[in-house]
Design a binder for this molecule. Sequence first.
Ligand code: HEM
Length: 163
Amino acid sequence: MLYNCINKETDMAYNYLLLIHSWLRWAFLIAALYAIVRSLNGKLGNKPFTKDDITAAKILIALTHTMLLLGLILWFVSPNVQNALAQGAGVFMKNKDMRLIVLEHPLTNVIAVALIQIGRIKSKKAYEDAVKHNRSLIYYGLGLLLILSRIPWGTSPLFRGME
Ligand code: HEM
C-alpha cells in the first residue's frame, strides 16, 4: 500500500515535482516515438539524416535529462519511497508497488536514459546517414521499451491533477 501524503504543506515541493514528472512523461513519450519513427523512415527510405532529425534527437535528449533530474530528486523526497525504505528491503521487495517505485522504475530508467544518450553519441559519430538512422533507431527504441515496461501504470493516474 502506498503512503498517502496529499494535503501536507511540507509535501508541496514533492507534489509539484511529481506533477511535472507525471505530465512530462507524455512529452517524453511523444518525442521518443517521433525520433524513432523518423529514424525508421530514414532507414527504410534510405533518406539523408537531416536538420529535422538532429532537432528531434536534441528534443528527446533534453526531455530525457529533465526526466532523469526530476526522477532523481523525486526519489529522495518522495514519501512513498522514503516510507518504503524505512520499512526495509525485506518488506518493500515483497510488495510489487513499492518495489516498482523504489527500485525497478528508477533503475530501469537510469539504464534507459544511458542507452538513449549513448545512441545519440553513436549516431552523431557515424559518417553514413544510414548508420546514423540505424543507431538512433536501436538505442532510442530499446530505451523506450525499457521505460514503457516500468512506468507505474497501475498505481499512478494517467493525467495527474485531473482525476
Ligand atoms: C524518461 C524516464 C521516466 C519516465 C517516463 C517516468 C515516468 C514516471 C511516471 C509516469 C510516474 C508516476 C507519476 C504519478 O504518480 O503521477 C513516475 C514516478 C516516479 N518516478 Fe519516474 N519516470 C522516468 C524516469 C525516472 C527516473 C530516472 C527516476 C529516478 C532515478 C524516477 C523516479 C520516480 C519516482 C521515485 C517516482 C515515484 C514518486 C512517488 O510515487 O512518490 N523516474 N515516473
